[in-house]
Design a protein around this ligand. Structure first.
Ligand code: LLP
Length: 430
């Protein structure tokens, strides 16, 4: 049986497998907490975008903020993806992983002059400029280096992506992009600056989007602008519709990537823009359901059975060795993530809160999960390939987890478990 939204994850004779590998065995072999990713799942997710775009000028720029481990970047670079970056650090990672700068788009509301110079010298394909002042700073940096900065403007289309407020980015009240009604003036100004070359238009309306309509609304707003900007004599080469496609964590039914691409292409064609190069910036939909976080059950604290379920004393806690520092999404967004035992037990189930060892009540991974558990069991937090490792921290002086990338029969350790001494190696006593 494969699990919803994650075709590379399956339960075979009671054992949970990712890309054919037994997850309990991987936990025992590499230790927990452990992120495990399927290379096959990542490639398949990218291929769905690429196949749907075949025959059209396009570039799929993996939004590497979702998972920026070098071997993951290498996987996407080899498979023909570009990258959407938001910092000089991310650019350094792309280059270290063998990615090409001329396939990189640089997004972000606060690029520093040093990051701009780094990206100019590396030769990135496009800067997604998010404000009028950024135009001037970038122009000055480019002129100082004797280079020309290729740009698109990230336009805030003011559409509701229908997602969590922390990850909606295309509404008037968000800090992102240039307001739609000011964009034409900003393009006019950009065209006068000698260190800049206008290349395209860009938007990104949010993340974990589960419907097509917001994309099409945003695209329409973008194309309105393209027509206005070109009428003003400024050619627009590409249209970047951003990322944001959602995945199935529980019962969400987001459109498939192929359906998103088809809908965008159809709209471009219908409005006479089919010749333009199309860029996408997917993150979560390429890696989210390609990974799990393995964790071991350390302590069980069953609640009282003789009080009503609503009584706090009835709560049962399963304390595992992964915590909010390893996977912050539940604590930060109250996100629901699937949790599955790697081996099924025959015993009757109990309703558990799955929590970590960090000293905060906000440190939980899942609430009210019905499972039969015993100390020493390995659990898999599902859909953990996106915004897991990259958002992890050392809170409570906890070393960050190790990572394994599955590639056919091979299980490669792609990141060692962090060493406690390394955590304070840069510190000084006075
Ligand atoms: N492009 C830009 C400019 C972005 O800001 C983002 C995500 C993406 C692309 C990729 O979006 P995706 O395809 O992954 O939805 N930490 C949050 C998600 C934050 C997303 C931020 N921007 C979470 O764990 O849900």
């Amino acid at each position: 049986m494969s699990l919803p939204g994650a075709p590379f994850l399956a339960r075979v004779d009671g054992a949970l497998q990712l890309e054919g590998h037994d997850l309990a065995e991987l936990g025992a072999r590499f230790g927990t907490p452990l992120f495990v990713y399927s290379r096959g799942a990542m490639r398949a997710a990218l291929d769905e975008y690429l196949l749907a775009l075949k025959g059209r000028p396009h570039l799929v720029c993996y939004a590497m903020k979702a998972n920026s481990s070098l071997a993951v970047l290498q996987t996407f670079a080899q498979a023909g993806a570009g990258f959407d970056i938001v910092s000089g650090g991310e650019l350094a990672r792309v280059l270290a992983a063998g990615g090409r700068a001329d396939r990189v788009v640089f997004s972000g509301v606060g690029k520093s002059p040093a990051e701009m110079r780094q990206a100019l010298q590396a030769g990135v394909r496009c800067f997604n400029v998010e404000s009028e002042p950024e135009l001037d700073t970038l122009n000055a940096q480019a002129l100082a280096l004797g280079l020309i900065a290729p740009i698109s403007l990230r336009v805030n289309p003011d559409v509701d992506a229908g997602t969590h407020p922390y990850i909606a980015t295309g509404l008037k009240g968000n800090k992102f992009g240039i307001a739609h009604d000011r964009a034409l003036a900003a393009y006019r100004r950009a065209a006068t600056l000698p260190g800049l070359k206008v290349l395209g238009i860009d938007c990104h309306i949010g993340s974990q989007i589960t419907q097509l309509e917001p994309y099409i609304d945003a695209l329409d707003r973008l194309l309105d602008l393209v027509e206005g900007v070109e009428a003003a004599g400024i050619p627009i080469h590409h249209v970047d519709v951003g990322g944001g496609l959602g995945i199935t964590y529980t019962d969400e039914t987001p459109p498939r990537a192929s359906a998103l691409v088809a809908a965008v292409l159809a709209r471009m064609d219908a409005r006479g823009h089919g010749h333009r190069e199309l860029l996408f910036e997917p993150g979560r939909s390429l890696v989210g359901n390609a990974g799990v976080l393995l964790t071991e059950v350390m302590v069980l604290k069953p609640g009282r059975d003789d009080v009503p379920e609503t009584d706090g004393a009835a709560k049962s806690f399963c304390i595992v060795d992964a915590a909010m520092n390893d996977m912050v999404r539940p604590a930060m967004y109250e996100a629901w993530m699937g949790i599955e035992p790697c081996r099924l037990r025959a015993e009757t189930t109990r309703r558990w809160d799955i929590v970590g060892p960090v000293c905060e009540s906000g440190d939980w991974l899942g609430r009210d999960r019905d499972m039969a558990l015993a100390p020493g069991d390995t659990l898999a937090v599902l859909s953990a390939g996106a915004y897991g490792m990259v958002m992890s921290s050392n809170y409570n002086t906890r070393p960050r987890a190790a990572e394994v990338l599955l590639d056919g029969p091979e299980a490669h350790l792609i990141r060692e478990r962090e060493d406690v001494a390394a955590l304070f190696a840069g510190e000084r006593l006075i």
